[in-house]
Write a protein that binds this ligand. Structure first.
Ligand SMILES: Cc1cc2nc3c(=O)[nH]c(=O)nc-3n(C[C@H](O)[C@H](O)[C@H](O)COP(=O)(O)OP(=O)(O)OC[C@H]3O[C@@H](n4cnc5c(N)ncnc54)[C@H](O)[C@@H]3O)c2cc1C
Length: 511
């Protein structure tokens, strides 16, 4: 019995055999919660590794994530769950995020002192006037904020939007900000604005009300250790995580009766269960269910877009290139939009202290020019940008690179994505016992901690408790700000075992 859930009303039926589609952190978290509390799950993962987007690649003694993944949650119980799961493997990383714009560095969140130092008083005055004009016109005309551009301009004014948000956003999404929804901005930067920048410059940030996280947790050997740890526990609880098992169709035989077909070793197999949890791409799920969907649902599913990613890990004979945890590259003549230096996160990510590496994120859409470049061509282009344009490294420090292509990285919130989701969700609601969760799985811009929390809460629901996992990541404020008014939703609750603190003290003593 989960003690904190005791006394909840409307206990639902407990699932007997849960089939989980997708072995990313979201699916595995559900599998972990159910299997370690005595239930039975089967996880089907199409890749030959677990982790989904939380993948860490190892090559020539270097380890790297697809793009730097930090662990951070506003839910301290979830952080405790994470500490317990990853006991002995966590390192703390200082957060330094900067934006590189017009060949100069600016801290993020924006500081006026930086803008003044790098661009002079005229730009500050221009930015200030542009912001006041946007604030005045906003209060006079009260136009609804619909697009990403309108959202940024209302928070920062046109000048700062143009300097720090427009080009990067267009690199990530591959579309002008006028064609993207404001929803993404509210998740990522609501609570930050010119007002908070001025306040912080004048009086410093008031830690009790809002403060940006300045430290986060990270698994010493890369982020993929999280899904690997979840998998270890699921398997040792007697349940299965099947790799190279790509789900191909799902037959609904009636309420809580599913047959899931998957391809393993070129052979189609099937398993039966009374609950299905899907974390595979939302639009794909809608098209493999039997009874099949209508043409309207199919059209909505096909119209949902994802952005994809080419990750280039550049191996470098130098101790360190930058102090940053992430560096955002605005300038559109540079092929990558962001990079991180894994050695700054954990020294175990490089072969030795004489070497470092940079992980460059080239945002793209499968089939476009960036995606189709050969490994040699994209590595050479990245090298030229690093050496000739940015002057971050010398040519003779370059020791090679590893290129990884990944699909379905970023759900694109275009202007009518919500309408498409509604059509598909109405169809899915007809399948009793089918649950959706995760980032691609519900087409919501989840961080890993959101997918994990959703997954854990969904696990509790399948154990028979009345709990709403879909409430995760619906908060209307910036995700990296710790504020006073947190927790306006049902949260995952975790009680650390009593001996945990004692073990920590013992370990610290031994170290
Ligand atoms: C570059 C980058 C940087 C990021 N940085 C951070 C960060 O700093 N912090 C953070 O918290 N989050 C970060 N994220 C987000 C994080 O990676 C995701 O939120 C998380 O991986 C989502 O987990 P998920 O299980 O919901 O989905 P996924 O990780 O996408 O997992 C879905 C799984 O389903 C599998 N699958 C798909 N189709 C099928 C099929 N037909 N049959 C069987 N299996 C299938 C996939 O192979 C995959 O394993 C980042 C993401 C990217 C791309």
């Amino acid at each position: 019995m989960l003690s904190h859930l005791e006394g909840r009303s409307d206990m639902a039926k407990k699932a007997e055999h849960v089939i989980i589609l997708g072995g990313g952190p979201g699916g595995l978290a559900t599998g972990h919660e159910v299997s370690t509390k005595g239930g039975k799950v089967t996880v089907l993962e199409k890749n030959d590794f677990v982790g989904g987007l939380c993948r860490t690649i190892e090559d020539k003694g270097y380890r790297f994530d697809l793009g730097g993944h930090r662990w951070f949650s506003k839910n301290e119980d979830l952080n405790n769950w994470f500490r317990h799961l990853m006991e002995g493997e966590i390192v703390l990383v200082e957060r330094i995020s900067r934006i590189y714009y017009n060949r100069k560095f600016f801290f993020y969140p924006i500081r006026f002192s930086d803008i003044f130092k790098n661009t002079g008083p005229i730009t500050i005055i221009h930015a200030g006037l542009a912001f006041f004009w946007s604030a005045i016109s906003q209060s006079l005309f009260k136009k609804p904020i619909i697009t990403m551009k309108q959202a940024y301009v209302s928070q920062f004014g046109t000048k700062l939007y143009d300097m720090f948000f427009r080009m990067y956003s267009e690199k990530v999404w591959g579309k002008p900000c006028e064609e993207l929804s404001a929803d993404w901005v509210s998740q990522r930067s609501k609570g930050l604005s010119v007002w908070t920048t001025v306040r912080d410059a004048l009086i410093g940030s008031n830690n009790k009300v809002t403060s940006l996280i300045d430290e986060f947790m990270y698994p010493q050997y890369g982020y993929m250790r999280i899904p690997e740890r979840l998998t270890e526990d699921i398997r040792s609880s007697g349940s299965e995580v099947l790799l190279e098992s790509a789900v191909s169709r799902i037959h609904y035989h009636g309420p809580n009766d599913f047959e899931v077909f998957y391809i393993h070793n070129k052979e189609e197999k099937s398993i039966r269960g009374d609950a299905v949890v899907s974390t595979i791409p939302f639009g794909f799920l809608a098209q493999i269910l039997v009874p099949a969907c209508s043409q309207e649902v199919k059209d909505a599913a096909n119209a949902l877009e994802f952005r994809d990613l080419v990750t280039v890990n550049v191996m470098i004979k130098r101790k360190q290139v930058s102090p940053d945890t992430w560096l955002y590259i605005q300038d559109s003549d540079i092929i990558f939009g962001r990079f991180h230096e894994p050695k700054n996160w954990s020294k175990d990510m490089v072969p030795d202290d004489e070497h470092t590496s940079l992980v460059l994120e080239c945002f793209c859409t499968a089939g476009d020019e960036i995606w189709n470049m050969s490994d040699e061509d994209i590595s050479e282009r990245c090298l030229r940008d690093l050496v000739d344009k940015l002057k971050f490294i010398e040519e003779d420090e370059y020791e090679g690179s590893t290129v990884i292509r990944t699909k379905y990285c970023y759900p694109v919130y275009d202007l009518d994505y919500a309408g498409k989701l509604k059509i598909i969700n109405e169809y899915l609601a007809g399948f009793e016992g089918l649950h959706i969760s995760g980032r691609g799985g519900i087409f919501r811009y989840n961080n890993a901690d959101h997918s994990v929390e959703m997954g854990l809460m969904l696990g509790q629901k399948l154990l028979g408790y009345d709990i709403d996992h879909m409430a995760v990541n619906t908060e209307d404020d910036y995700q990296e700000i710790i504020g006073e008014n947190e927790a306006r939703r049902d949260k995952y609750i975790f009680e650390l075992p009593e001996d945990f603190a004692a073990r920590q003290v013992k370990e610290a003593g031994a170290a």
